[in-house]
Design a protein around this ligand. Structure first.
Ligand code: FES
Length: 138
């Protein structure tokens, strides 16, 4: 089943596996880091068979959202949260519903699911993007 923000026009070979769907906690989030140190470059959130992904960069001040590894959601798991100033983002769309960047959005990544694997575009390879304020980015 495809992720919610999949682009159907991309060729399959334009994608590479990120992890297995079963490696993501259902209802939870997981970040991925290109350098192995510092903040994660992007993160994904799983809801059943649907996975959405976003660049780990708050539109308010351009910093990473999480306060510690994989902590991208509020306690109830209903919203993505930036812990710098408390902005809340809709999980499905990345749209900021509350906080200093209300009305702006996280940058969505075109995630897809193929044969139980979470796939990301090869153009989002390690180190190809991210948030200027994140440690570990050059
Ligand atoms: S940096 Fe994210 S809410 Fe301010």
């Amino acid at each position: 089943m495809a992720g919610a923000n999949e682009s159907c026009t991309d060729a399959p070979e334009a994608y590479r596996p990120l992890c297995g769907l079963d490696e993501l906690p259902d209802g939870g989030a997981r970040g991925f880091c290109s350098s192995g140190q510092g903040s994660d470059d992007f993160f994904v959130v799983r809801r059943g068979d649907t996975v959405v992904g976003y660049r780990n960069c708050c539109p308010h001040n351009g910093v990473a959202l999480e306060y510690r590894k994989d902590m991208f959601l509020n306690a109830a798991g209903t919203d993505i949260v930036c812990y710098a100033h408390g902005a809340h983002f809709d999980v499905a769309t990345g749209y900021c519903t509350y906080g200093p960047c209300a009305g702006e959005s996280l940058e969505a990544l075109p995630i897809r699911i193929e044969q139980g694997r979470v796939m990301i575009p090869r153009t989002i390879a390690w180190g190809s993007g991210g948030c200027p304020g994140n440690k570990g980015w050059s």
